[in-house]
Design a binder for this molecule. Sequence first.
Ligand code: UTP
Length: 305
Amino acid sequence: MNSTRRRITKAVVPVAGLGTRFLPATKATPKEMLPVVDKPAIQYVVEEAVTAGMSDILMVTGRNKRPLEDHFDRNYELEETLARKGDQDKLARVCAPTELATAVHYVRQGDPKGLGHAVLCAAPHVGSEPFAVLLGDDLIDPRDPLLTRMAEVQARYGGSVVALMEVDPGQIHLYGCAAVRPAGDGDTVRVTDLVEKPAPGEAPSNYAVIGRYVLDPEIFEVLRRTEPGRGGEIQLTDALRALAVRADAGPVHGVVFSGRRYDTGDRLGFLQATVRLACEREDLGPEFRSWLGEFVSRDVLVPVG
Ligand code: UTP
């Protein structure tokens, strides 16, 4: 069977990064375990993969990441206690992460040598099928099904697909950046080149690569030959660039996302995600919104003193 046309069932979630933007919180706790309202960020990401039909999850982990494994495992003591009390609501919340995916697998990256290296660690598990990569840092609102759309684009064109978002020109140096040309569909572009965190004035566009990918397994061969790039790390962007500019490789397309996305690996993005999702929650929202409205008008907008 042509490897580029299979239904995608495997999702790789690299979580071996050090999370230095969140120190000291991330000294002993993985940043992916920080709660956005009352669920760790990683659970939103796994839910997103499962919703898109990818229920075979591989997490690429590292030292200090044990809480992630515990979160998706059973906790019999807690389950029994809640069952004895008849607290079905909390019991359901404890069991939800365990029952979410068909299987959650783990592989250790060892040294965090970069996102490209983390993805390469998934090669034995993924084999020769196209697969998704979801970064735990990026929270995509469940009402905006980006990954499902990316899988459709991959099924149509083959090759690899990246998620792109138009950002302010002053922000593009923080992202991988794509040079693109139209591809026919309204939200889809052909990626002709990529550059990781371009210097000011050197970005080929305002299209930033965000943390969702659907990759052809040919990426592994390229990653094996990719030298450390920006920051001395093996960059996934560099390997994707090699594919995008090669005539004999599958194409690289971009899906331009205009939905709601939060950068939960960054303190400001994390706060924005927490406030927004809390406001929209049925249980907490009404009380929180009313407090927030008062707080903003009384304590934030009115100058102190
Ligand atoms: P980041 O560079 O945003 O994550 O990597 P980080 O290194 O954890 O964060 P800061 O900058 O120090 O705060 C993007 C994603 O790639 C993973 C990270 O876990 C994150 O999900 N990653 C990065 C790895 O799994 N391994 C690596 O070697 C590097």
